[in-house]
Design a binder for this molecule. Structure first.
Ligand code: HGY
Ligand code: MN
Ligand code: MN
Length: 418
């Protein structure tokens, strides 16, 4: 317990905040936001900043085939399975300054606090920045953690293209070539435990006056892409009776999906976040429409039933326009590890912080890591629950409190058997 307090005292709130603000300048967009999408030049620039800080702190830096970035601090027992923390550095196109990047900087801050306090953890401590958690440039998200956990082979993602037609495999190759100076490490591993610190991205902690969310699990998520193919035609000369209008078909399909996804309890989350119309000209009937579907629910059976009904509902509503629905991501609901959750609650208690158990509405890499190692998450408050928006905000002291709990919980899990 004494070590936990010593480590917590060594967590430097200002150093952590200054680093987050320095990173927020990279890919900055108006309104205090960032656009630092996966495998872009801003992503690489931010990684270089983190690599420099990590090396200053005495950590060993490496990268794997999926471009996951690893920072390692040796423990008293170098051969022991490491404790792992981290999150993602990539952002949404209109993202905030804290989503993902906070968990990486918090892990780095724990490394610095261990060094500054002279505490050597029993097990090695590793901090990871997972590639492409957001999935906004290359869908789906969590590609780096899925490849690392063996959920899907890295090759599965090769031909997925971004809006400019750049293939994931080519963007990854460019990225790895730019980091060829970094030691390489094989994909995969079996850490002793994984704890991810993240902003809540919802309103609860702030509204109910808690400092810390002890994240007990993550709801299930399924992603689909619907492609509706009609025929482009002249807006002035083509009778409606002769049209195969892909946009009108999309309207019918989305209305049908709204009926399918109706939930009076307001627990189901159904989002059409992107809709692309081709040729996208005011005087041409739409020949092709592609839209995304993001479906979430804490109950696996409901997620399965509603998600499995999507393709038929879209095809029926879109007819006679042809419709293809492809599933891109399917992460079932998950409960985190009781032992790791206990370490987080104990750490929050030792530090006299107000905490509450809560589920996560957002998916996280921890959902994939949990298949390989006992895992759990720590949330810190989001002002007004805002995220995936430049106005995303958490105070320096709230972030530092989360990092103190993270450090103490990691130290507990790093303890070697007597
Ligand atoms: O979409 C999500 O739940 C995560 O924030 N990327
Ligand atoms: Mn995130
Ligand atoms: Mn996010």
């Amino acid at each position: 317990m004494e070590q936990a307090r010593t480590l917590a005292a060594a967590v430097d709130e200002t150093r952590q905040w200054d680093r987050l603000m320095a990173l927020a300048k990279i890919g900055a967009i108006p309104g205090d936001g960032v656009n630092r999408q996966a495998l872009t030049a801003p992503d690489r620039e931010a990684r270089r900043l983190v690599i420099g800080w990590a090396r200053e702190a005495g950590a060993e830096v490496s990268v794997d085939d999926a471009a996951n970035l690893w920072l390692r601090l040796e423990g008293a027992e170098p051969g022991a399975a490491p404790v792992l923390t981290g999150s993602h550095m990539d952002s949404q196109p209109q993202g905030g300054r804290f989503d993902g990047i906070y968990g990486v900087v918090a892990g780095l801050e724990v490394i610095c606090a261990l060094r500054d306090s002279g505490i050597v953890p029993g097990r090695p401590l590793e901090v990871v920045a997972w590639t492409n958690e957001e999935g906004s440039r290359f869908a789906p998200g969590c590609m780096g953690s899925m490849a690392w956990a063996g959920t899907r082979p890295l090759g599965d993602f090769a031909d997925i293209a971004d809006a400019e037609g750049v293939r994931f495999a080519d963007a990854l190759a460019t990225h790895l070539a730019a980091e060829v100076d970094l030691p390489h490490r094989p994909l995969g591993g079996r850490p002793h435990a994984y704890i991810e610190a993240h902003i809540e991205q919802g309103p609860r902690l702030e509204a109910e006056g808690f400092d810390i969310g002890v994240v007990t699990g993550i709801q299930g998520s399924r992603w689909f892409t619907a492609t509706l193919t009609g025929a482009s035609a002249h807006a002035g000369t083509t009778p409606v009776s002769r049209r195969r209008d892909a946009l009108q078909a999309a309207v019918r399909a989305i209305n049908a999906l709204n009926l399918l996804m109706d939930d009076p309890a307001d627990r189901l989350r159904f989002t059409i976040g992107s809709l692309v119309v081709e040729p996208g000209s005011s005087n041409s009937v739409a020949g092709r429409v592609r839209f995304t579907i993001d479906l979430r629910h804490p109950d696996g059976a409901i997620l399965a039933a509603r998600g499995d009904a999507i393709a038929a509902a879209v095809a029926e509503a879109a007819a006679p326009v042809a419709a293809i629905v492809e599933e891109r991501f399917n992460a079932p609901p998950l409960a985190f590890d009781d032992g790791v959750l206990h370490s987080i609650r104990s750490a929050a208690n030792v530090l006299d912080l107000r905490w509450t158990d809560m589920p996560s509405g957002a998916f996280h890499d921890a959902q994939l890591v949990a298949a390989v190692a006992p895992s759990a998450m720590i949330f810190v408050p989001s002002h007004n629950g805002i995220s995936h928006n430049p106005a995303e905000f958490t105070t320096a002291s709230q972030l530092a409190a989360g990092t103190r709990v993270l450090g103490s919980a990691l130290l507990a899990r790093a303890r070697l058997p007597n």
